[in-house]
Design a protein around this ligand. Structure first.
Ligand code: CA
Length: 360
């Protein structure tokens, strides 16, 4: 076949395939630019990285036919406006933490984290093998979205405080940044809870607008610079034991893609979840050591505080159980979590405890 004939044949082949699989004629030319809005400031450690990796993977794997362009928080819409922007079709996709959107539907909390909920491993077990993804789709049908898990921070830290927390009463009147249902639980302990976009937390903490904040964990928190403002840091938190991030595509846009392009988005998101979780977990230990070397006092919440977190968290979850879809998501997630942890505790739970004991 001569070169000219080859070019002509492949061009015809390309447009014939497009005509049969793409609904909208405007897309038949092949290359499209998809706008991805995010809840993250440009360069925000871990979370913006995750959005960037998803975008780059989709662009590369589609050979440039889906060219994903990222807009950081505030560049097209604000951090918490990305959901409505994609639902309405103003943007094509978002990368965010779905618990920012509990106002749209409280069931979205489960796709990031609920207090006393799932670890990262338990979350993917549920998502891929115990009904989680189907429930994510069911929420998406309400809002015109097709979503995938596309990042994970691992277990998050309790956060940064202007004072030590010795009893549940110490939360009374405390101005604290915490999103989602965890934040609602702190509210039940008397805290004045705010949600503030990641890129604005440093300013809020340093100005005294808030007395404390959770963000992610040692690595991302160090990058955000909170250790410059306060030295009191609590490690394990109750609120985000394995926070998932989501990539959501406008449903009409998603449906206009061919099967291969849809699969590219699905696989890019899944790979990003794994890559991002590893990124956080690989960096947190060394970052914690640096923070301690810089004078940060690393604390654990005392047990009565954990008990109060547990009671308040249960009250918050119970509050939403009147919503039929929330209740189904809750029951599905909790059943899966119990089943996953039953074996995990007896296998890797015992193993890691024994490994660390034997190796010293
Ligand atoms: Ca957080």
């Amino acid at each position: 076949m001569d070169r000219r004939k080859f070019l002509k044949t492949s061009a015809l082949g390309g447009s014939a395939a497009a005509a049969t699989t793409l609904a909208a004629p405007a897309y038949a030319q092949g290359k499209r630019t998809l706008t991805m809005v995010t809840s993250w400031g440009r360069g925000l450690a871990g979370v913006f990285d995750s959005a960037q990796r998803c975008a780059d993977s989709i662009t590369t794997m589609s050979d440039g036919n889906l060219n994903v362009e990222i807009k950081a928080a505030g560049e097209l819409v604000g951090a918490f406006e990305v959901f409505d922007a994609v639902s309405s079709g103003q943007a094509d996709m978002y990368h965010a933490a779905d618990y920012y959107f509990v106002g749209q539907h409280p069931g979205y909390a489960f796709f990031t984290a609920v207090p006393f909920g799932m670890t990262a491993q338990e979350l993917v077990n549920w998502y891929y093998h115990a009904g989680g993804m189907q429930l994510h789709d069911e929420l998406g049908e309400i809002f015109g979205l097709k979503s995938f898990l596309a990042g994970n921070t691992g277990a998050q830290a309790g956060g940064w405080f202007s004072k030590e927390i010795n009893s549940p009463e110490d939360f009374n009147g405390l101005k604290f940044r915490m999103p989602g249902l965890g934040g609602e639980a702190l509210g039940k302990l008397g805290a004045s809870v705010q949600n503030i976009p990641g890129s604005e937390v440093y300013q809020a903490l340093s100005s005294g607008a808030i007395d404390g904040t959770e963000w992610i964990g040692p690595w991302a928190d160090e990058k955000a610079g909170f250790q410059e403002i306060t030295k009191t840091y609590y490690t394990a938190g109750f609120h985000e034991p394995g926070a998932g991030l989501s990539l959501a595509t406008n449903r009409e846009v998603y449906d206009s893609l061919n099967a291969a392009q849809q699969k590219i988005i699905e696989i890019a998101a899944a790979e990003c979840h794994q890559w991002n979780l590893a990124q956080f977990l690989a960096n947190n230990g060394a970052a914690l050591a640096r923070l301690q070397a810089a004078g940060v006092k690393v604390m654990e919440f005392p047990q009565p505080v954990w008990d109060a977190f547990g009671k308040a968290s249960q009250e918050v979850l119970d509050q939403y159980m009147g919503d039929e879809l929330f209740a189904r998501i809750h029951d599905s997630a909790m059943k899966s979590m119990a089943e996953s942890s039953a074996w995990n505790n007896l296998s890797s739970g015992v193993y890691t405890a024994e490994r660390d004991r034997v190796r010293g």
